[in-house]
Ligand binder design. Structure first.
Ligand code: FEO
Length: 398
């Protein structure tokens, strides 16, 4: 019994795979799993498969395709993106689709060759049109959304945009559309995905969205390569969310992250947060031993300050704190201020190390770190509250 395919819009079906148990996507925790979406586009003359799936899921892809057409009858495979979650299964899919021409962007064609032992595929770009018979495919290079090779495919008559990673979310579900899983959940996962994958690429994402509009493409459906599909009111909400995200909008909010050895830095974190809240500024406190990096990074997305706490161990910060700072360094959070705090026994190296790392990442540090010896006294906790409060006042002025 083949697995089902799902109609998306006129002439287009979802034929992807659901990875229910994925819990880590190259370091980004995915408690809800993910999907690898592929779409079958059928014209009167030809059939195209837009994107394939991660290698272990090719049997699932082929099963779903077979509900609509024999895989051997597929004429075209479009590779929108060569990252292995989409392109890993290309060679195996091609084995089942021996008559298919394969196309990718120019950078994508080079990537396919590198991933697949010199496999040669055709290059398509913004000037190319492929007519499937009443169903026309157009292409738009979208470099750095998410890799240099990334490309959007537009199915003109179906008014459907297939933008690969853009507008994606890591979320497994039996439903395929945002309104079916609930718009709030879909938008939350859209934000989490953007924070953990696309945050450093906001200007490229914004330009790609602008190019879609400039090309006169007015999608009624945006069907990404991960998670649920956007249409109707959910599509408008997703576009609004991307406008907000790519603009880097922030609000009066501070994120406090810490790790602790014997509880002193936790006491400081709570006092710092209390000082922030007392000034009427939103604050969230995250123990890195308990919180996922993806969740804390999502919280950082619209915050104006990041305050990082660590005790000193062997003259430096705890490894969890170093790991978190390394995680966000590639995500290049912009226009935020930072600070460091922590307890120490006989040397206060951690707070200075955090200062240096935050500066490297691009944070401005308007205030000195707050370092405190052994267990904080009542007076020291009051000083930590005031240390937090000064950041709250600063973010109100940003
Ligand atoms: Fe879903 Fe950049 O791959």
């Amino acid at each position: 019994m083949p697995m089902r395919s799902v109609p998306v819009s006129e002439g287009i079906h979802w034929v992807g795979a659901v990875d229910w148990n994925l819990r880590d996507f190259h370091g980004y925790e995915t408690p809800r799993g993910t999907t690898y979406n592929a779409y079958l586009v059928q014209g009167t003359d030809k059939t195209a498969l837009v994107d394939t799936v991660k290698l272990p899921f090719v049997p699932e892809l082929l099963s779903r395709v077979s509900t609509l057409v024999a895989p051997a009858d597929i004429d075209l495979i479009v590779v929108n993106h060569v990252e292995p979650d989409h392109n890993g299964g290309l060679r195996a899919a091609m084995d089942a689709m021996p008559n298919a021409r394969v196309v990718a962007s120019s950078s994508g064609a080079r990537g396919v060759a590198e991933y697949h032992d010199g496999l040669e595929v055709d290059v398509v770009g913004a000037d190319d049109v492929i007519d499937l018979g009443g169903r026309t495919l157009r292409f738009m290079p979208a470099p750095m959304v998410h890799w240099p090779d990334s490309m959007f495919t537009w199915v003109q008559e179906s008014k459907t945009l297939l933008p690969n990673d853009a507008f994606g979310q890591h979320m497994a579900s039996s439903q395929r559309f945002a309104e079916e899983v609930g718009l709030d959940l879909a938008l939350e996962e859209l934000d989490i995905y953007y924070a953990n994958i696309l945050m450093p690429l906001g200007s490229q994402v914004a330009k790609a969205v602008e190019r879609v509009a400039a090309a006169g493409w007015e999608p009624s459906v945006i069907a990404p390569s991960h998670g649920v599909i956007w249409r109707g009111e959910s599509l408008a909400a997703a576009l609004d969310a991307y406008a907000r995200l790519t603009a880097g909008e922030t609000r009066e909010k501070i994120v406090v992250v810490f790790s602790t050895m014997w509880g002193a830095t936790r006491l400081l974190a709570d006092a710092v947060a209390d000082g922030v809240a007392a000034e009427g500024v939103e604050v969230g406190v995250y123990d890195l031993a308990e919180s996922t990096l993806a969740h804390v990074t999502h919280q950082l997305l619209d915050a104006r300050a990041l305050l990082v706490g660590s005790p000193t161990l062997h003259h430096g910060m705890l490894y969890r704190v170093a790991g978190y700072l390394q995680y966000i360094s590639g995500l290049k959070p912009k226009d935020k201020i930072g600070g460091s705090f922590g307890s120490f026994g006989w040397s206060s190296g951690a707070t200075q190390q955090i200062v240096e790392r935050l500066e490297q990442i691009g944070f401005e540090l308007p205030f000195e770190p707050y370092a405190q010896k052994f267990k904080p006294t009542a007076e020291e906790l009051e000083a930590a509250r005031e240390w937090g409060a000064q950041f709250a006042r600063a973010v109100r002025d940003m």
